[in-house]
Write a protein that binds this ligand. Structure first.
Ligand code: PEP
Length: 241
Protein backbone atom coordinates (compact mmCIF):
# COMPACT_ATOMS: atom_id res chain seq x y z
CA UNK A 1 0.00 0.00 0.00
CA UNK A 2 1.26 3.46 -0.94
CA UNK A 3 0.92 6.52 1.29
CA UNK A 4 1.72 9.74 -0.52
CA UNK A 5 2.17 12.90 1.54
CA UNK A 6 1.30 16.04 -0.39
CA UNK A 7 2.64 18.97 1.63
CA UNK A 8 1.34 21.55 -0.88
CA UNK A 9 2.78 25.05 -0.18
CA UNK A 10 3.64 24.32 3.45
CA UNK A 11 6.85 23.67 5.33
CA UNK A 12 10.23 25.24 5.94
CA UNK A 13 13.66 23.97 6.98
CA UNK A 14 12.47 23.55 10.56
CA UNK A 15 9.75 21.12 9.48
CA UNK A 16 12.46 18.62 8.59
CA UNK A 17 12.89 17.81 12.29
CA UNK A 18 9.29 16.56 12.40
CA UNK A 19 10.31 13.73 10.04
CA UNK A 20 12.35 11.89 12.68
CA UNK A 21 9.25 10.07 13.93
CA UNK A 22 8.33 8.92 10.43
CA UNK A 23 11.86 7.76 9.69
CA UNK A 24 11.87 5.70 12.90
CA UNK A 25 8.47 4.28 12.01
CA UNK A 26 9.61 3.44 8.47
CA UNK A 27 12.37 1.26 9.92
CA UNK A 28 10.07 -0.55 12.34
CA UNK A 29 8.04 -3.70 11.76
CA UNK A 30 4.86 -1.65 12.09
CA UNK A 31 5.31 -0.23 8.62
CA UNK A 32 4.29 -3.68 7.28
CA UNK A 33 3.67 -3.35 3.55
CA UNK A 34 3.40 0.45 3.61
CA UNK A 35 5.46 2.46 1.15
CA UNK A 36 5.88 6.12 2.09
CA UNK A 37 6.37 8.90 -0.43
CA UNK A 38 6.81 12.56 0.52
CA UNK A 39 6.04 15.34 -1.93
CA UNK A 40 7.28 18.52 -0.25
CA UNK A 41 7.51 21.91 -1.96
CA UNK A 42 10.45 22.16 -4.39
CA UNK A 43 12.45 24.18 -1.85
CA UNK A 44 12.58 21.20 0.51
CA UNK A 45 13.12 18.30 -1.89
CA UNK A 46 16.90 18.18 -1.50
CA UNK A 47 16.75 18.48 2.29
CA UNK A 48 14.11 15.74 2.49
CA UNK A 49 16.16 13.56 0.15
CA UNK A 50 19.21 13.90 2.41
CA UNK A 51 17.12 13.30 5.52
CA UNK A 52 15.75 10.05 4.04
CA UNK A 53 19.19 8.84 2.94
CA UNK A 54 19.22 5.77 5.17
CA UNK A 55 15.60 4.75 4.90
CA UNK A 56 13.19 3.62 2.23
CA UNK A 57 11.01 6.74 2.14
CA UNK A 58 10.69 8.07 -1.38
CA UNK A 59 10.45 11.65 -2.66
CA UNK A 60 8.24 13.29 -5.27
CA UNK A 61 7.56 16.71 -6.73
CA UNK A 62 4.15 18.37 -6.74
CA UNK A 63 4.16 19.44 -10.39
CA UNK A 64 6.54 20.03 -13.28
CA UNK A 65 6.78 21.87 -16.57
CA UNK A 66 5.68 20.05 -19.71
CA UNK A 67 9.01 20.49 -21.47
CA UNK A 68 11.62 17.83 -20.91
CA UNK A 69 14.36 20.18 -22.02
CA UNK A 70 15.91 23.20 -20.36
CA UNK A 71 14.45 26.49 -21.51
CA UNK A 72 13.40 30.04 -20.83
CA UNK A 73 10.50 29.29 -18.47
CA UNK A 74 10.90 31.57 -15.52
CA UNK A 75 9.70 30.06 -12.28
CA UNK A 76 9.36 26.49 -13.50
CA UNK A 77 11.25 23.25 -13.21
CA UNK A 78 10.99 20.19 -15.42
CA UNK A 79 10.78 16.46 -14.83
CA UNK A 80 14.49 15.88 -15.54
CA UNK A 81 15.40 18.43 -12.90
CA UNK A 82 13.17 16.68 -10.38
CA UNK A 83 14.72 13.33 -11.19
CA UNK A 84 18.22 14.77 -10.92
CA UNK A 85 17.69 15.84 -7.31
CA UNK A 86 16.38 12.49 -6.14
CA UNK A 87 12.66 12.58 -6.84
CA UNK A 88 11.14 9.36 -8.13
CA UNK A 89 7.54 10.58 -8.29
CA UNK A 90 5.59 13.61 -9.41
CA UNK A 91 1.99 14.62 -8.71
CA UNK A 92 0.30 15.84 -11.90
CA UNK A 93 -3.22 17.05 -12.67
CA UNK A 94 -3.99 18.12 -9.11
CA UNK A 95 -7.32 19.94 -8.97
CA UNK A 96 -5.64 22.93 -7.28
CA UNK A 97 -3.67 23.34 -10.53
CA UNK A 98 -6.50 22.39 -12.88
CA UNK A 99 -8.56 25.19 -11.35
CA UNK A 100 -5.80 27.64 -12.28
CA UNK A 101 -6.01 26.63 -15.91
CA UNK A 102 -4.14 23.34 -16.36
CA UNK A 103 -5.97 21.59 -19.18
CA UNK A 104 -6.14 17.86 -19.91
CA UNK A 105 -3.84 18.50 -22.86
CA UNK A 106 -1.22 20.28 -20.78
CA UNK A 107 -1.42 17.59 -18.11
CA UNK A 108 -0.91 14.96 -20.81
CA UNK A 109 2.29 16.69 -22.00
CA UNK A 110 3.53 16.85 -18.41
CA UNK A 111 2.76 13.16 -17.86
CA UNK A 112 4.61 12.18 -21.02
CA UNK A 113 7.65 14.24 -20.10
CA UNK A 114 7.65 12.79 -16.57
CA UNK A 115 7.50 9.22 -17.90
CA UNK A 116 10.37 10.03 -20.25
CA UNK A 117 12.37 11.25 -17.25
CA UNK A 118 11.62 7.93 -15.53
CA UNK A 119 9.44 9.45 -12.83
CA UNK A 120 6.39 7.64 -11.53
CA UNK A 121 3.32 9.79 -12.05
CA UNK A 122 0.59 10.33 -9.49
CA UNK A 123 -2.11 11.41 -11.89
CA UNK A 124 -4.98 13.17 -10.11
CA UNK A 125 -8.51 12.98 -11.44
CA UNK A 126 -11.81 13.91 -9.85
CA UNK A 127 -15.15 15.62 -10.26
CA UNK A 128 -16.40 18.84 -8.70
CA UNK A 129 -19.49 18.89 -6.46
CA UNK A 130 -21.55 20.39 -9.28
CA UNK A 131 -20.48 17.62 -11.63
CA UNK A 132 -21.20 14.98 -9.00
CA UNK A 133 -24.66 16.40 -8.29
CA UNK A 134 -25.54 16.39 -11.96
CA UNK A 135 -24.51 12.73 -12.34
CA UNK A 136 -21.43 13.49 -14.42
CA UNK A 137 -18.76 11.84 -12.27
CA UNK A 138 -18.07 8.94 -14.63
CA UNK A 139 -18.04 11.03 -17.78
CA UNK A 140 -15.65 13.56 -16.21
CA UNK A 141 -13.30 10.81 -15.04
CA UNK A 142 -13.43 9.15 -18.47
CA UNK A 143 -12.51 12.42 -20.16
CA UNK A 144 -9.66 13.15 -17.75
CA UNK A 145 -8.25 9.63 -18.19
CA UNK A 146 -8.67 9.59 -21.97
CA UNK A 147 -6.97 12.93 -22.63
CA UNK A 148 -4.55 12.83 -19.72
CA UNK A 149 -3.13 9.48 -20.76
CA UNK A 150 -3.27 10.02 -24.52
CA UNK A 151 -0.23 8.38 -26.17
CA UNK A 152 0.95 7.00 -22.82
CA UNK A 153 1.50 3.38 -23.77
CA UNK A 154 3.10 1.92 -20.67
CA UNK A 155 0.88 2.42 -17.66
CA UNK A 156 3.14 0.67 -15.14
CA UNK A 157 4.54 4.00 -13.91
CA UNK A 158 1.12 5.61 -13.58
CA UNK A 159 -0.74 5.86 -10.32
CA UNK A 160 -4.28 7.16 -10.66
CA UNK A 161 -5.22 9.28 -7.65
CA UNK A 162 -8.99 9.59 -7.51
CA UNK A 163 -9.55 12.86 -5.66
CA UNK A 164 -13.11 14.20 -5.69
CA UNK A 165 -12.59 17.97 -5.74
CA UNK A 166 -15.37 18.46 -3.17
CA UNK A 167 -13.51 16.22 -0.76
CA UNK A 168 -10.12 17.94 -0.80
CA UNK A 169 -9.56 19.85 2.42
CA UNK A 170 -13.24 19.77 3.37
CA UNK A 171 -13.35 16.85 5.80
CA UNK A 172 -15.93 15.15 3.55
CA UNK A 173 -15.31 11.75 1.98
CA UNK A 174 -17.45 9.77 -0.47
CA UNK A 175 -19.87 7.14 0.80
CA UNK A 176 -18.19 3.71 0.79
CA UNK A 177 -20.54 2.28 -1.84
CA UNK A 178 -20.06 5.24 -4.16
CA UNK A 179 -16.30 5.16 -3.77
CA UNK A 180 -16.17 1.43 -4.44
CA UNK A 181 -18.25 1.89 -7.59
CA UNK A 182 -16.03 4.73 -8.80
CA UNK A 183 -12.85 2.73 -8.20
CA UNK A 184 -14.36 -0.18 -10.16
CA UNK A 185 -15.36 2.22 -12.92
CA UNK A 186 -11.82 3.59 -13.15
CA UNK A 187 -10.36 0.06 -13.26
CA UNK A 188 -12.67 -0.89 -16.13
CA UNK A 189 -11.16 1.92 -18.21
CA UNK A 190 -7.92 -0.05 -18.43
CA UNK A 191 -7.25 -3.23 -20.29
CA UNK A 192 -4.39 -5.53 -19.39
CA UNK A 193 -2.14 -4.36 -16.59
CA UNK A 194 -4.00 -1.92 -14.37
CA UNK A 195 -2.38 1.22 -12.99
CA UNK A 196 -2.31 1.49 -9.21
CA UNK A 197 -5.26 3.39 -7.78
CA UNK A 198 -5.05 5.74 -4.82
CA UNK A 199 -7.81 7.67 -3.08
CA UNK A 200 -7.25 11.25 -1.96
CA UNK A 201 -9.47 13.80 -0.22
CA UNK A 202 -9.59 14.52 3.53
CA UNK A 203 -7.97 11.23 4.53
CA UNK A 204 -7.28 11.34 8.27
CA UNK A 205 -6.82 8.91 11.19
CA UNK A 206 -10.56 9.13 11.98
CA UNK A 207 -11.93 8.12 8.59
CA UNK A 208 -9.18 5.75 7.44
CA UNK A 209 -10.99 2.71 8.81
CA UNK A 210 -13.94 3.42 6.49
CA UNK A 211 -11.65 4.02 3.54
CA UNK A 212 -9.71 0.81 3.99
CA UNK A 213 -12.96 -1.11 3.43
CA UNK A 214 -12.69 -0.17 -0.22
CA UNK A 215 -11.18 -3.17 -1.84
CA UNK A 216 -8.81 -2.78 -4.73
CA UNK A 217 -7.35 0.54 -3.59
CA UNK A 218 -3.55 0.56 -3.66
CA UNK A 219 -3.11 3.45 -1.26
CA UNK A 220 -3.86 7.05 -0.36
CA UNK A 221 -2.83 10.57 -1.32
CA UNK A 222 -2.86 12.60 1.86
CA UNK A 223 -2.73 16.39 2.04
CA UNK A 224 -3.41 18.23 5.32
CA UNK A 225 -3.02 15.24 7.64
CA UNK A 226 0.38 14.32 6.21
CA UNK A 227 2.00 17.42 7.68
CA UNK A 228 1.59 15.86 11.11
CA UNK A 229 3.93 12.89 11.43
CA UNK A 230 1.69 11.47 14.13
CA UNK A 231 -1.42 11.60 11.94
CA UNK A 232 0.45 10.24 8.94
CA UNK A 233 1.81 7.31 10.96
CA UNK A 234 -1.64 6.66 12.49
CA UNK A 235 -3.16 6.47 9.01
CA UNK A 236 -0.60 3.86 7.95
CA UNK A 237 -0.98 1.84 11.16
CA UNK A 238 -4.78 1.83 10.99
CA UNK A 239 -4.71 0.75 7.35
CA UNK A 240 -3.09 -2.50 8.37
CA UNK A 241 -5.05 -3.12 11.57
C1 PEP B 1 -4.63 16.70 -1.75
O1 PEP B 1 -4.46 17.90 -1.84
O2 PEP B 1 -4.12 15.94 -2.59
C2 PEP B 1 -5.43 16.19 -0.64
C3 PEP B 1 -5.83 14.96 -0.68
O3 PEP B 1 -5.66 17.08 0.38
P1 PEP B 1 -6.43 16.79 1.76
O4 PEP B 1 -5.98 15.45 2.26
O5 PEP B 1 -6.00 17.90 2.65
O6 PEP B 1 -7.89 16.79 1.47
Amino acid sequence: MYFVANWKMFGNLKSINTLDKVIKFSKSKEIKKGRLIYCPPYTLITSFFKKFENCLIDIGGQNCHESDDYGAHTGFINSRMLKSIGANYVILGHSENRIKGETDKLINLKIRSAIKAKLKVIFCIGETLKEKNSGKTNSILSKQIKFGLDKVKKKSNIFIAYEPVWSIGTGKIPKSKELQQTVEFIKKKFKGKLPKILYGGSVNPKNINDLTKIISLDGFLIGGASQSSKKFIDIVKKTFN
